[in-house]
Design a protein around this ligand. Structure first.
Ligand code: PHE
Length: 340
């Protein structure tokens, strides 16, 4: 057995590799020479017929032959794969250089961002979240909140009525009643959520959001309420913000007040957003009416409380300087993507 035989195998294999037209053919021809039962492997079996002195040189030349064939295979194969790809591409519409689709990640809706921030601020002073249903019993939305039957206040809220004494809740205040009836005292809760009123223009939407607060304990006063509201306004709009209460009326609070804060945009100087008054209304509040406590089996001689309801859209419009409430419901990506 001689190195000529090996050279011959190599030459033949090279010729055969070079005549291949595609990667498949090339692979088959590689197996024929380099595979387990390939020509070079068979040649190795002849090692046993050689004298021990001849063996190392023989082994070495077989290995060199393998190496040179393998490297030829690698370069030809790369070439053929490229050719094949070029052919396929020439026949198809695929453009591999076209940029891929951008993967878009979503963003939180500004209303969600504001609600989260409000919860974050008020949870620092012990409030925790409760939720209630959007379709509410008339009793919980009105009667248990001390709205007398046929009282004009029911009209005031532009209610969407539903069958069987149900309404789309007009405010988050029914969650006050639900919580008072089901939990032990004292308590401090926040109830964020969507509410509905039959009303629509640039500052009113038929579906909007409120964050309700309720604090019931043995001794709770207007001073505590003012303190909490002021803490909230300063945390949300900035340290320099001031708050004021204007006397108002809600059937479920007594006394009742409307909450204003100094306009964060002009710092109380007067601008378009605050209609030159320097103040902006952010919600209603008051001490929980004794009748509301009684109707939820809480003894008003032992317990007192305050409640507030803030408009979330209001907070968002002031913070992000928006003039049209309808933007929140249009789902225009150009608008929503600004809150990344
Ligand atoms: N529920 C009232 C409204 O929607 C707001 C409010 C809540 C007022 C709590 C007083 C206390 O207008």
């Amino acid at each position: 057995m001689s190195t000529e035989k090996i050279n011959q195998i190599v030459e033949e294999a090279k010729a055969s590799f070079q005549s291949c037209q595609n990667p498949d053919e090339l692979y088959k021809s590689k197996v024929k020479v380099l595979g387990k039962k390939g020509a070079l492997s068979l040649v190795m079996q002849e090692m046993k017929n050689l004298s021990p002195e001849e063996r190392p040189a023989f082994g070495q030349s077989v290995n060199e032959a393998k190496k040179s064939l393998e490297s030829l295979y690698a370069s030809l194969s790369e070439e053929l794969v490229k050719q094949e790809m070029a052919q396929k591409l020439a026949q198809s519409m695929l453009d591999p250089e076209l940029p891929g689709f951008e993967v878009k990640t979503g963003t939180y809706h500004p209303i969600e961002l504001v609600i989260r921030e409000m919860i974050d601020i008020l949870s620092r002073i012990g409030f925790s979240v409760r939720l209630g249903p959007l379709i509410e019993h008339d009793d919980l939305n009105f009667t248990a909140l001390n709205f007398p039957e046929d009282h004009p206040a029911r009209e005031m809220q532009d209610t969407f009525y539903m069958k069987h004494d149900h309404v789309l809740r007009t405010h988050t205040s029914p969650i006050q009643v639900r919580t008072l009836r089901s939990e032990s005292l004292p308590l401090r809760i926040l109830a964020p959520g969507s509410v509905f009123r039959c009303d629509s223009d640039t500052t009113h939407a038929p579906n909007f959001y409120q964050v309700e607060g309720l604090w019931v304990d043995k001794k709770v006063s207007m001073a505590h309420l003012k303190g909490v509201v002021d803490f909230f306004a300063k945390s949300y709009f900035g340290d320099k913000t001031q708050t004021r209460f204007r006397p108002s009326f809600f059937p479920f609070t007594e006394p009742s007040a409307e909450v204003d804060c100094t306009c964060p945009l002009c710092a109380g100087q007067g601008c378009r957003v605050c209609s030159k008054t320097g103040w902006i209304e952010i919600g209603g509040c008051g001490l929980v009416h004794p009748n509301v406590l009684k109707m939820s089996d809480v003894d008003p001689d032992q317990w007192q409380g305050f409640a507030f309801g803030f408009g979330v859209e209001r907070m968002a419009m002031i913070k992000y300087r928006l003039s049209d409430i309808r933007l929140f419901n249009e789902n225009d990506l150009r608008f929503l993507e600004q809150f990344r």
